[in-house]
Design a binder for this molecule. Sequence first.
Ligand SMILES: NC(=O)c1ccc[n+]([C@@H]2O[C@H](COP(=O)([O-])OP(=O)(O)OC[C@H]3O[C@@H](n4cnc5c(N)ncnc54)[C@H](O)[C@@H]3O)[C@@H](O)[C@H]2O)c1
Length: 278
Amino acid sequence: MTESSDQTNPGRTVVTQMSAVYPELAGKVAVVTGAAQGMGATFAEGLATRGVHVVGADINEEQMLATAARINTDLESNALADKPGRVVGARVDVTKPDEHELLAQLALKEFGRVDFWINNAGIFPFALAEEITPEQIGATLSVNVEGVLYGAQAAARHLGPGGAIVNMSSVSALRVRKGRGAYCTSKAAVAHLTESLAVEFGDKGIRVNSIAPGYIDTAMTKWVQEDPIALASALDAVPLHRLGSPEEVFGPLLFLLSDSARYVTGHSIAVDGGSRHV
Ligand SMILES: NC(=O)c1ccc[n+]([C@@H]2O[C@H](COP(=O)([O-])OP(=O)(O)OC[C@H]3O[C@@H](n4cnc5c(N)ncnc54)[C@H](O)[C@@H]3O)[C@@H](O)[C@H]2O)c1
């Protein structure tokens, strides 16, 4: 892994390249939701760099298509990517079960198979418990929980033995946070749902795990990054005293998809710098 310091955020370390190589992943096919930006975009790029073909899907179709085009162009000139995969961008609203099936059909049409399903799309609304509206509650549970379940249903229809599903949970699954009750509840549900799915899909030889990130440097944590007091308080709870980068979440994701994790299912990996409280 090579590291460089981020001049715009002194003290923070940016991981620019992960060294772990899993040659068995080359030629496999992954669906990644919420891939227009943030961690999903990093996952799509990292997988394609290792020869995995990707259907990257997002509700923001324009940004998704631009991200897919940018990754494909970058990979053409990336000397580290020997035989890169291709990223195909698509629109999806993860709250719609049928749209997951369309993603699977797209993967089959473009690449002939589906091996991995990364349920990454999520929303992080702020609303105090006394004020939260039915619409906000519904949207949070619909995107963050139902979206994961519908993705898993499509994956179960198309993944074969050796297939793997990874769901994005959060440290918020275990801890509460003011104004984020619906979000924390939704991520606790994702962790629990992951265990349930692992029990059911084990018969098919499909593994299901989740990742529980802490504070990761994406648009979702802009609110804390732009508030020096909130940032200091947040990092005080992180033994490594910095935000994580999307690339640092990609490493554990890669492990969970790889043969190295072939006896790992129904678990959650925390990627949070050792976070102890919020
Ligand atoms: N950033 C963090 O610190 C952090 C921490 C813990 C967990 N997570 C989780 O990781 C995942 C990725 O987070 P991120 O930080 O990259 O967020 P992000 O906001 O940068 O990206 C989320 C993506 O999901 C897409 N999306 C939202 N609703 C959708 C829908 N209905 N259908 C399809 N796509 C939809 C958005 O358009 C966006 O591109 C989320 O599930 C989030 O809850 C993030």
